[in-house]
Design a protein around this ligand. Structure first.
Ligand code: F6P
Length: 343
């Protein structure tokens, strides 16, 4: 078969491991040919392709990023975009497409499936917010990076009797904040799903200082104070092609408020793209490789409109529509169980 492959959305450690597994198994077991589409949906839209065979995937298992490149191009936001993609796939003789991405990339894949394109999805995102899979690859690596940062910040915060705020990624879902905050022993964890009171945060900060330790506050970029704390709201920015605002600023806002309200020095570290870069953890390499091996099986089983997913320790197939119907966010009970550790 002739199979197209693309990676879309924010990059994520483990993308190359998926690409390698798909190509290695496709070539070894089925004699498949692959066409690499560059830069997400921009590739099939603009005809940007690259050779993708066993030589191209040698040595890429531990490499972060994606050899295919990525973008947040949304073909449904481009006039005639979908028709162009369908025509391009036909012209290149593509029998099936493997799309590796998060909610946006797989949302496009689900709609293309409805238009008759044979497409298989592979879930990726450091945010771990895709539904219908227990975990996405990239999340474990991001949590490890954030946890290491928190570990390091504890010692310097204590030396200087400062409050340190760590702003991590997560627009709508607080999984990275929750897991890295728990693993790193943060004193307060703030997530987008639950509005926070700045007064309560300052009370935690003060009680932590009283016990002779310095507070570490982990905040997801999409976390918001309640209306009483910040009338009018904060954190609105320019939007991408899928309509997501570019976030940032909650960490600085927290530092200012904590300083003013408690009189203690507070500083903010924005971890940003460090969480997405570099080599994947062993867990993510294994998960990404298994996703790739199962994705190529799904293609040869004649599937379309499905996504490979992790259920317990098994890789299963779920409808793409189920994966993109809603985001998997942190529920209130899951957050509440950690609150006893705050302060
Ligand atoms: O979607 C993954 C993600 O890492 C979000 O947590 C974050 O808001 C976003 O990407 C940042 O994307 P960009 O690099 O396009 O600004």
């Amino acid at each position: 078969m002739r199979i197209g492959m693309l990676t879309g959305g924010g990059d994520c450690p483990g993308l190359n491991a998926v690409i390698r597994a798909v190509v290695r198994k496709g070539v070894a077991e089925h004699g498949d040919e692959f066409v690499g589409f560059r830069d997400g949906w921009k590739g099939p839209l603009e005809g940007l392709t690259m050779t993708l065979g066993v030589p191209e995937v040698r040595g890429i298992l531990p490499r972060g990023g994606t050899i295919l490149g990525s973008s947040r191009t949304n073909p449904f936001a481009v006039e005639g975009g979908v028709e162009t993609i369908i025509a391009r796939l036909e012209e290149l003789g593509i029998d099936a497409l493997i799309a590796i991405g998060g909610e946006d990339t797989l949302g496009v894949a689900a709609k293309l499936h409805e238009r008759g394109v044979r497409v298989i999805g592979v879930p990726k995102t450091i945010d771990n917010d895709l539904d219908a899979t227990d975990y996405t690859f990239g999340f474990d690596t991001a949590v490890n990076i954030a946890t290491e940062a928190i570990d390091r910040l504890h010692t310097t915060a204590e030396s200087h009797h400062r409050a340190l705020i760590v702003e991590v990624m997560g627009r709508h879902a607080g999984w990275i904040a929750l897991h890295s905050g728990l693993a790193g022993g943060a004193n307060v964890i703030l997530i987008p799903e639950v509005r926070f009171s700045i007064e309560r945060v300052c009370a935690y900060v003060e009680s932590r200082f009283k016990s002779q330790y310095a507070p570490i506050i982990v905040v997801a970029e999409g976390a918001l104070p309640d209306e009483a704390s910040a009338p009018g709201g904060i954190n609105s920015g320019e939007a991408d092609a899928f309509g997501h605002a570019r976030l940032g600023g909650i960490g600085d806002w927290l530092a200012r408020e904590i300083e003013q309200r408690t009189g203690k020095e507070a500083r903010t570290m924005v971890l940003g793209h460090i969480q997405r870069g570099g080599t994947p953890s062993a867990f993510d390499r294994v998960l990404a490789t298994r996703f790739g091996l199962h994705a190529i099986d799904a293609v040869h089983d004649g599937e379309s409109g499905i996504m490979v997913a992790l259920s317990g320790t098994d890789i299963v197939r779920v409808p793409l529509s189920a994966a993109v119907a809603k985001l998997k966010t942190v529920d209130a009970a899951r957050y509440a169980e950690t609150e006893v550790l705050f302060g």
